[in-house]
Write a protein that binds this ligand. Structure first.
Ligand code: ADP
Length: 397
């Protein structure tokens, strides 16, 4: 029962085709530059890789190219007919307070995701375009929406409400929703297995181009660093994360247009803003090592913010069983993990330097550390595939 997972971003489509088990990846790839001038399609199947330049003007053409590649590329291709695809799982960024779990897509789901577009103008329209394309091109497959916000449905009101006039919440939906929920849920479930504890108390740190922290109690999210939008919280590649909201009035009153402030906070802030070098952590760290003061500041500020949330969220998740590092930076940067964890033995976090230097999924705390510290590479697609396979089989039964 092959299941296709589709993740339509603001200008790319990532996908993976799974066989009967979520570990069984049959093919995968990415189309970059959707709707832009240059598009490239990387596709891998059966141990072979294909790269082609395509004319992909929109998401529908992109999904059509993916389906074509799945039935044509590889020896033999993973499927011989598009009709073999039983389910299509879509990552949907914003489920508002309407969706607390993954759902089979029907017309009403599409309408509701559409109505949430105002809360996620960059993401939900792209996700919807992918959903519509898959419904047209794979009419026999069951579509499933897996929401990035759903894992945070368990946040109590005192964690998700901002201390602002109640009317803002009622009339404009101003509250914390949280994002990266698919990753944090994957990490929570994986850690539960590794710790042999079905309901662990955790702090999960997803540190990639976007970055967020999550406090988990009994396996359920109780707090997150991301807010009404993915701008709040940690320092990210180009996003500022937390700032004093009065900065916005200050800049408006100083004459900066709202569009420029928005760009500064979303596109020109974060590691890029602090370093003046790049939004890519690896590049920033390289410049820092070469003596660039701005780049060094960016690395330190990134780790400082993670550390601030780690302390706060260990309190929310107390007594904490585990701290999980993930995402491109969390998985790969020994330096960031060291900076974040330095001197926190009194919080029960005792790092083993050799384990911290290693690679892949592993514990990086000492055997005697009161709190387990782990690196777990995230795998959002496998979680989407698992939910999709389950809902497809429920749908047919
Ligand atoms: P996304 O949020 O787009 O999925 P990733 O989780 O892939 O992003 O993380 C991308 C970030 O991870 C980039 O800032 C990149 O520089 C950083 N990164 C990737 N590999 C390494 C590495 N070996 N060391 C340090 N940082 C890394």
């Amino acid at each position: 029962m092959p299941v296709l997972v589709i993740n339509c971003g603001s200008s790319s489509i990532k996908y993976k085709l799974y066989g009967s088990e979520p570990e069984n990846v049959l093919a995968g790839g990415i189309i970059e530059g959707v709707g832009e001038k240059r598009h490239r399609h990387h596709h891998a199947a059966g141990g072979r890789e294909f790269t082609s330049e395509l004319n992909v003007g929109d998401y529908r053409q992109g999904v059509a190219a993916i389906v074509r590649a799945l039935v044509e590329r590889g020896s033999p291709p993973p499927i011989s007919n598009a009709a073999e695809i039983a389910g299509v799982g879509h990552r949907v960024v914003h489920g508002g307070d309407r969706f607390s779990e993954s759902v089979v897509i029907d017309r009403s789901v599409i309408e509701e995701v559409e109505s949430l577009g105002a809360l996620a103008p960059l993401h939900n329209p792209a996700n919807l375009a992918g959903i519509r394309a898959a419904r047209d091109l794979l009419p026999g497959a069951v579509g499933v929406a897996v929401f990035d916000t759903a894992f945070f449905a368990t946040l109590p009101p005192h964690a998700y409400r901002y201390a602002v006039p109640e009317q803002w919440w009622r009339d404009f939906g101003v509250r914390r929703y949280g994002f990266h929920g698919i990753s944090h849920r994957y990490l929570a479930e994986r850690a539960a297995g590794l710790l042999d504890n079905p309901g662990p108390n955790l702090v999960t740190l997803h540190l990639g181009a976007g970055a967020s922290a999550c406090a988990i109690r009994d396996g359920q999210a109780v707090d997150t660093s991301m807010g009404m939008t993915p701008l709040e919280g940690l320092v990210m590649g180009t996003r500022s994360g937390d700032i004093d909201p009065a900065v916005v009035f200050h800049l408006l009153e100083a004459g900066l247009p709202a569009s420029e402030i928005r760009r500064g906070l979303l596109r020109e802030g974060g590691l890029l803003g602090l370093s003046g070098v790049s939004s890519d952590f690896r590049r920033v760290a390289r410049h820092a090592r070469a003596g660039d003061g701005g780049a060094a500041l960016a690395v330190e500020a990134f780790a400082h913010r993670v550390r601030r949330y780690l302390g706060a969220f260990m309190a929310q998740a107390a007594p904490c069983d585990g701290v999980i590092f993930s995402g491109g930076i969390g998985e790969n940067s020994q330096e960031v993990r060291s900076l974040v964890l330095l001197g926190l033995e009194t919080l029960g976090l005792v790092v083993d330097p050799d384990r911290n230097r290693g690679e892949g999924e592993r514990r990086i705390s000492t055997d005697g550390s009161p709190v387990d510290i782990m690196v777990i590479p995230t795998d959002e697609e496998s979680l989407i595939a698992t939910d999709t396979a389950r809902l497809v089989s429920d749908h047919h039964s």
